[in-house]
Design a protein around this ligand. Structure first.
Ligand SMILES: Cc1ncc(COP(=O)(O)O)c(C=O)c1O
Length: 371
C-alpha cells in the first residue's frame, strides 16, 4: 500500500461522536475500498463495514423494531422480548433491551458459537438453545416453535419476528442514506440475504434516488430462500430454511449461492490483504462483489454490505483445525461462478449464479403490505 493513500484519512476524517448512550453509536459506519484478489487489477468495490456498529448490522433493526413496537403499543414498558436469532439480531435486541428497559430472550440452536452465547449473556440477554431440528423446517422452524411456546407462557411478551416484520426492512433507510452520502452514485449493490431485511430496505432506499440500481443477492448453498431445497448448512447469518416475507424477490437482478469453503477463502483473504473481515456472509458478499467488479464495465460503482466483523468466527472460519474437520480449507475459488437458468434447475453445492429470481411460494407481496 502507498503511504499517500493514508494521508486523507488522518487529515479530513470527521471526528467520531461522543455518545451519551450506546444506541447513539449505531450507524454512520465506514466504507472501505476492496480490490485484489477479489477483483482484477484496477477494479474493486466499496464495502460498508457494518461490523463497526456495537453489535453488527442488526443493531439497526433491533432498535427500530423495538421502538416501533413500543410506539404502536404492541410492547408495553418493561415487557419481555423473545426472538429467534443466530446471534446478530440477538446483539441488536440486547442493545434495544438496555436502551428501552426490556428483558430479552434469544432463542437459538446448537450452531450458535459458544463465544456468542457468552457475549449475549454478558450483555444481559437470556439464551435459550433448542436441542433438535424440526423434521421439515430444520433448526429455524424448531426455533420459531420455541418462540411461540414462550410467547404463550408469558402474556405481554413480544416477538419482533424479524422474518416477516416490515420494520426490519424499514430500519435500513438510514443505511441507504449513509451510502448515498458516502458514495454519491451507486450502480450495483451486493447484499447477503437471510431474513431479507437489509437487502430489501437498503435497495428500496437507494432506488428512490437511483432507480436503475442493480441488486445482487447472496445466499448460502443449502438455503431454500431462492428456490433451492433446504439442506443442513455450515454457514450462519445468511441463508434460511424458511421463506421470509421480508425477502423482496422482485428487487433482485440476480442471486448467487456461495459454499462454505469459498466463503472461508474470502474471509481469510479479506483479513490478510485488507485488514478487515467478518463471518460467512462477509466472505460470500466479498467474493460476489469482486466478481461483479471484474464483470461489469469499468467505472461501474459497486457497493457491498459487510454485516459483521470476524470475532465470533475465530473458532470456525479462522480456525484451521475446525476448517479441516469440516473440509472447507481449500484453495482459491474459481474466477467465475457456475450458472443455472432456473433457480431449481439442479441442487447447487458451490458458487453458482442465476438471473431468474422469483418467490418459490408465488406469494403476492403487494397483498402483505410489504411492497
Ligand atoms: C451476519 C449476518 N449476515 C447476514 C445476514 C442476513 O441479513 P438479513 O436478515 O437482513 O437478510 C444476517 C442475518 O441474521 C446475519 O446475522
Amino acid at each position: 500500500m502507498h503511504l499517500s493513500l493514508l494521508e486523507p484519512l488522518g487529515a479530513h476524517a470527521p471526528l467520531p461522536v461522543i455518545a451519551r448512550r450506546p444506541a447513539q453509536l449505531v450507524g454512520n459506519t465506514p466504507v472501505l475500498w476492496i480490490d485484489e484478489p477479489f477483483a482484477p487489477p484496477g477494479r474493486g468495490f466499496y464495502a460498508k463495514l457494518e461490523g463497526a456498529n456495537p453489535g453488527g448490522i442488526k443493531d439497526r433493526p433491533g432498535l427500530h423494531m423495538v421502538a416501533e413496537a413500543r410506539r404502536r403499543g404492541d410492547l408495553a414498558p418493561g415487557a419481555p422480548i423473545v426472538e429467534s436469532s443466530s446471534g446478530t439480531l440477538g446483539l441488536g435486541l440486547a442493545l434495544a433491551g438496555l436502551t428501552y428497559g426490556h428483558p430479552v430472550t434469544v432463542v437459538t440452536d446448537p450452531g450458535m458459537e459458544p463465544s456468542m452465547v457468552r457475549l449475549l449473556t454478558a450483555l444481559g440477554a437470556q439464551v435459550d438453545q433448542v436441542t433438535a431440528p424440526h423434521p421439515e423446517g430444520g433448526w429455524q422452524e424448531a426455533r420459531r416453535e420455541r418462540v411461540a411456546e414462550r410467547l404463550t407462557r408469558a402474556p405481554g411478551a413480544y416477538c419482533p419476528d424479524q422474518y416477516h416484520n416490515p420494520d426490519n426492512r424499514a430500519a435500513y433507510r438510514p443505511l441507504a442514506a449513509e451510502l448515498l452520502a458516502q458514495l454519491g452514485r451507486i450502480d450495483v449493490l451486493v447484499a447477503a440475504v437471510g431474513t431479507g431485511g437489509h437487502s430489501a430496505g437498503v435497495a428500496a432506499g437507494l432506488r428512490e434516488s437511483l432507480p436503475g440500481l442493480t441488486l445482487i443477492g447472496v445466499d448460502a448453498v443449502g438455503s431454500t430462500i431462492f428456490g433451492q431445497p433446504a439442506a443442513s448448512r455450515l454457514m450462519r447469518g445468511l441463508g434460511s430454511s424458511i421463506h421470509p416475507e421480508n425477502v423482496d424477490y422482485g428487487a433482485f437482478t440476480e442471486v448467487h449461492w456461495v459454499g462454505p469453503a469459498e466463503a472461508v477463502w474470502a474471509c481469510r483473504q479479506l483479513a490478510r490483504r485488507h485488514g478487515t473481515s467478518g463471518g460467512w456472509s462477509v466472505g460470500a458478499v466479498a467474493l460476489v462483489a469482486g466478481w461483479a467488479a471484474g464483470t461489469f464495465p469499468a467505472g461501474t460503482r459497486i457497493a457491498a454490505i459487510f454485516p459483521d466483523g470476524p470475532h465470533r468466527y475465530l473458532d470456525t472460519v479462522y480456525n484451521d483445525a475446525w476448517c479441516r474437520e469440516h473440509e472447507v480449507l481449500r484453495t482459491t475459488p474459481p474466477d467465475e461462478p457456475d450458472e443455472i437458468a432456473e433457480p431449481d434447475e439442479c441442487v447447487v453445492t458451490s458458487w453458482t449464479r442465476c438471473s431468474q429470481v422469483r418467490d418459490p411460494l408465488g406469494r403476492d407481496l403487494a397483498k402483505t403490505g410489504l411492497r
